[in-house]
Design a protein around this ligand. Structure first.
Ligand code: SF4
Length: 299
């Protein structure tokens, strides 16, 4: 495997392993496998949601030689020690589900294909199948793989939006497709390989909630700017603070941002400058209106 070869090449012995929650069930076998290959393994039990979260300081403190980041692909976050990405592709044949559910998308002729890194292999088979149905297929390479998006980067879809009649997201769950549906004005279908269905996503309620939250901004007096020190989530929040000179502003820094950590603070409004999914997936968990900085047009 490429990542093992690379770890050996850089002579890493002690490795700090970061992995997403979804891989917890397999992480002990992975750890044993790595030990069999000659590595000393430390499993990071803090949440790792993406390649924005590189725990190089923690890994160095524990005297590790490298980080093995499982389930994510490199998007250029700088680190003090080598980071090796093991993307962890799933090898799932999507064709039986696609054949069974095909009629749900059959009326669309120009289809944009999108996925996250784990399902890249399935995207290739879907493309071939739809071509046999004489569909025009569009993909774009904005990250490491054609059709790949992140929870915070949907450029691969944005760049082909005007060419397609609909998008088909290949994977499971709503997370990635939801990010698309909020920013793209075309029908979004999910080829859900876990539930074995094709379903259309509708984010109308969420869009209403985002608009509702925004409406509190003008009247808000005490504002909390939420920032994270995760390496790939740091942005210039001082500029934002300057723009808000008529408000009472607090910069609140976290590793992981959760509503519970805000309890006890007197605030009327929250502007999220960290992972943009906080103002989407977690929006209903916050008692105070929260809006992602990029969605706040009035500032
Ligand atoms: S910023 Fe958020 S969506 Fe983007 S990679 Fe990190 S955790 Fe995922």
């Amino acid at each position: 495997m490429k990542s093992i070869t690379f770890l050996k090449k850089i002579k890493a012995k002690k490795i700090f392993v970061q992995f997403p929650e979804g891989l917890k069930i397999e992480i002990q076998s992975i750890s044993k496998y790595l030990e069999d290959k000659g590595f000393d393994v430390i499993l990071s039990c803090e949440s790792t949601y993406g390649a924005c979260d590189i725990r190089d300081d923690e890994a160095k403190r524990l005297k590790c030689d490298a980080i093995l980041h499982i389930g994510h692909s490199d998007f250029g976050v700088k680190s003090k020690i080598p980071v090796v990405y093991w993307e962890y592709f799933y090898d799932i044949d999507p064709i039986p589900v696609l054949k069974k559910e095909y009629k749900k998308i059959s009326k669309y002729n120009k289809i944009g294909l999108i996925t996250n890194v784990q399902f890249i292999k399935s995207l290739k088979s879907v493309k071939e199948f739809l071509k046999t149905k004489e569909k025009k297929i569009f993909t774009n390479k904005s990250l490491n793989y054609s059709g790949q998006i992140l929870g915070c980067n949907i450029d691969a879809a944005k760049k082909i939006e005007n060419k397609v009649d609909c998008f088909l997201y290949i994977g499971s769950g709503n997370f990635y497709a939801l990010g698309l549906d909020l920013k793209i004005n075309k029908p979004i279908f999910i080829l859900d390989l876990e539930k074995k269905v094709i379903r259309q996503l509708d984010s109308k309620k969420l869009k209403q909630k985002i608009e509702w939250n925004k409406s509190f901004f003008k009247e808000a007096k005490k504002i909390g700017i939420l920032v994270s020190w995760k390496k790939g989530q740091i942005r210039d929040f001082w500029k934002l603070k300057k723009k808000l000179k008529d408000k009472e502003v607090y910069i609140l820094a976290f590793d992981e941002i959760t509503p519970e950590k805000l309890e006890g603070l007197k605030l009327d409004f929250l502007i999220n400058c960290a992972c943009p999914r906080i103002g989407i997936d977690d929006i209903s968990r916050y008692k105070i209106p929260i809006v992602n900085y990029n969605d706040l047009n009035d500032v």
